[in-house]
Design a protein around this ligand. Structure first.
Ligand code: CMC
Length: 434
């Protein structure tokens, strides 16, 4: 098992001068040479806190799972480049790698898959719960609710400190169940009878697609889905992953933590962007296909419109996932003999935006979500299911990060500080005198 190594202190330190006092802040170095200022003693020694809107500069933890270098467009899971994993690996193999730290041996792969398969039937109560939602309920709302509800049915996994064995059981259970919930939600939305898992017959992605569409999928479609899920599988301390860790840090159960991650992912600035991209491309198409007007809108500071699928907090050169997805998009559409005019609009929009000084100066490039929706559409997955697909892919990453958080001796309950800007003390006046 790969364990996060303790961050070594460098010989360097930074000095902070405050109130005629100098405070030496150690500089720590990660395994890829990235440096961080250790401010753990800042408040204790100076009474100061730091203010960092959106955690632009704050590392909330050390982690040995995913390395990301936004300037150089590098993404690696446990040291393995995303390009290699997307080309050569399977989603199940990547899930194991993320959770347990090493690529599985054939025997480990077999027992991991068997553990998932052994938990691939969904309790009838949970199936009925999915079917009880309104037909047009957003699948992310349904997924989050059913995940929370699992806590009512599996009290054996609610302990504050799960044993390693139980933690493995509940993680494989979630891998099996989220796949089912996603497929059941899709079928329910279409008023179609549920199709049960056939995990002893099919691999994970094939099973998911047969549960959705009620027939064996084209192997090309299965291959494309594997790539998409691998690309989404982890992305270090993003909004939803930080949410999973934060909720988990209170020792709330894993169902609560993962359900919270689903909630965070739903937003259009995060995982919800893939749905928003397709809606934007359709809007452009309905408007006659002239994307220049939309680029102007995105640049206008008085207009809240943003070019969805563009920009990233960390990637400031290119998103390596977007490059792979763009190629995969061309390949999938060609193999399935699909001609989607939205792809032409997307390519035109990208070309135009990448020439525009507004986007160039701000280093705004297409992100993973820009082309993923076009592939999902080609795979016959409806727009409101796109973010659930992201959740299915991100699940092993959330589980790996939750496990690392739960096992780390450095974990403390997540509890940020604030700088209060409200009213100073005043006296209560009765209602009659206000
Ligand atoms: N369209 C137009 N302007 C943009 C965009 C955009 N998509 N993204 C950023 N900007 C501008 C922004 O207005 C700001 O300009 P200025 O400096 O003049 O005020 C500047 O670029 C920096 O943006 P920011 O909002 O401060 O950057 P951030 O790091 O806080 O936000 C982001 C990152 C991804 C939320 C943002 O780029 C965005 O809203 N993109 C569109 C939504 C999207 O595609 N999200 C998916 C992200 S990838 C999947 C995932 O991992 O979640």
């Amino acid at each position: 098992m790969t364990v996060a190594r303790k961050m070594p202190m460098t010989k360097n330190s930074a000095e902070l001068n405050y109130n005629d006092r100098g405070l030496e802040l150690p500089v720590l170095e990660g395994s890829e040479g990235e440096l961080g200022l250790d401010i753990n003693k800042l408040r204790q020694d100076t009474g100061l806190v730091t203010l960092d809107h959106g955690f632009m500069n704050t590392a909330a933890c050390t982690s040995a799972i995913t390395f990301l270098d936004g300037e150089r467009g590098i993404l690696r899971y446990r040291g393995y480049p995303i390009e290699e994993l997307a080309e050569k690996s399977s989603f199940m193999e990547v899930a194991y790698l993320l959770i347990y730290g090493e690529l599985p041996t054939a025997a480990q792969m077999k027992s991991f898959t068997q553990a998932i398969n052994a938990q691939s039937q969904t309790k009838p109560e949970l199936q009925s719960m999915i079917q009880a939602f309104p037909r047009d309920a957003h699948p992310m709302g349904v997924l989050g609710s059913v995940l929370s509800a699992m806590s009512a049915y599996y009290p054996e996994y609610l302990d504050q400190d799960l044993s390693a064995e139980k933690a493995s059981q509940v993680m494989t259970q979630l891998m099996a169940q989220v796949k089912n919930f996603a497929a059941f939600t899709y079928r329910t939305g279409r008023k179609e009878p549920l199709v049960q898992a056939q995990s002893s017959r099919y691999d994970y992605c094939t099973d998911f697609l047969q549960m959705m569409h009620g027939q064996e999928p084209d192997p090309e479609v299965v291959k494309a889905l594997n790539v998409l899920l691998i690309l989404h599988a982890d992305h270090e301390q993003n909004c939803s992953t930080s949410t999973v860790r934060l909720v988990g840090s209170s020792k709330a159960n894993i169902y609560a933590a993962i359900a919270a991650g689903v909630g965070a992912l739903w937003g259009p600035l995060h995982g919800g962007a893939n749905q928003a991209v397709i809606e934007m491309l359709q809007e452009i198409q309905a408007d006659g296909g002239g994307y220049k007007k939309f680029i102007q809108k995105a640049k206008d500071k008085n207009d809240s419109f943003r070019l969805m699928g563009f920009g990233h907090r960390v990637y400031k050169n290119f998103d390596p996932r977007a490059r792979i997805i763009k190629q995969s998009c061309d390949a999938v559409l060609a193999k399935l003999k699909i001609k989607d005019p939205l792809l032409d609009i997307a390519k035109g929009l990208e070309e135009e935006a990448l020439k525009d000084p507004y986007f160039v100066e701000r280093k705004l490039y297409p992100n993973v979500d820009f082309y993923s929706g076009i592939i999902y559409k080609a795979l016959n997955i409806p727009t409101n299911m796109f973010t659930v697909m992201f959740a299915l892919g991100r699940l092993p990453g959330w589980l790996a990060q939750w496990k690392e958080m739960a096992e780390s001796k450095d974990t403390k309950i997540g509890r940020p500080r604030q700088i209060y800007t409200g009213a100073v003390e005043r006296s209560y006046k009765p209602l009659s005198s206000r």
